[in-house]
Design a protein around this ligand. Structure first.
Ligand SMILES: NC(=O)c1ccc[n+]([C@@H]2O[C@H](COP(=O)([O-])OP(=O)(O)OC[C@H]3O[C@@H](n4cnc5c(N)ncnc54)[C@H](OP(=O)(O)O)[C@@H]3O)[C@@H](O)[C@H]2O)c1
Length: 214
């Protein structure tokens, strides 16, 4: 089974780390400060180890990028681009600006003509970024119990990478909807804004998107 390197120590990294471990994957979480994960590690099981950003990228056959959007490019530099060559990178980041939401609508530091994932893909052209897990709260990322299977919208330039990520999405109890190439992240990243509106304006956080088809 493929090894998973998760760059991050926040709620997304911890949730996906536990999820991959539950599904039998070997997992490493990468942080600049191991002490942040000391408590979490105690309950995370034997499949999970902690390392630096670069150790984690070297360890993973598949990488998950789960850092704050404003520092995602810095994180790639800390990881070392050479450690990402040909790897599938599940990009869970969102380009949320350090500014207050307006009437529940988050501010982005990107615009609709260029997504964060396209910028990251340009920075590491020989890695295979796949946008996923960005449009739902961490509480529902792994095997959620909605009345029907929620849809995870994904995109990226490499077909094999998207297939690889779709298998994981299926294991995690979601249906993957492949919405095209990296440019489609211009539409998928703002789904996080839409998802957060009921939460930020009415404190309702228990929903997910579903694509209906004929
Ligand atoms: N929270 C959610 O429910 C949710 C849902 C969907 C998508 N997302 C997206 O997923 C990403 C992670 O979210 P999160 O809430 O788990 O955590 P977060 O608080 O947004 O980010 C924490 C991570 O960012 C890293 N970081 C902070 N400053 C850094 C810097 N200057 N250089 C390098 N790395 C730095 C931290 O690294 P260290 O460990 O080294 O401190 C930590 O691992 C975000 O882009 C977020 O928008 C979040």
């Amino acid at each position: 089974m493929k090894k998973i390197g998760i760059i991050g120590s926040g709620t997304v990294a911890q949730t996906l780390g536990a999820g991959f471990s539950k599904h039998g994957y070997q997992v490493m979480l990468g942080t600049r400060d191991n002490s942040k994960l000391a408590e979490w590690k105690k309950g995370a099981g034997a499949n999970v180890i902690i390392g630096s950003f670069s150790e984690t990228a070297k360890f993973g056959d598949i990488i998950v990028l789960a850092v704050k959007g404003t520092v995602a490019k810095d994180a790639l530099n800390l990881i070392g681009k050479e450690n990402l060559v040909t790897k599938t990178i599940i990009d869970a980041t969102n380009p949320i600006a350090d500014a207050a939401p307006i009437h529940g609508v988050l501010k982005f530091f990107t615009n609709l003509d260029k997504s964060l994932m396209e910028e990251l893909q340009e920075l590491v052209p020989n890695a295979n970024f796949v946008k996923a897990f960005n449009s739902v709260g961490s509480a529902f990322m792994v095997n959620p119990s909605f009345e029907s299977k929620p849809t995870m919208f994904i995109c990226g330039n490499n077909e094999n990478a998207k297939k690889e990520v779709s298998v994981i999405i299926d294991q995690f109890g979601w249906e993957a909807a492949d919405f095209g190439m990296a440019e489609s992240a211009r539409a998928i990243e703002p789904l996080c804004m839409l998802w957060c509106i009921p939460g930020l304006s009415k404190n309702q956080w228990t929903h997910a998107f579903k694509l209906l088809k004929l």
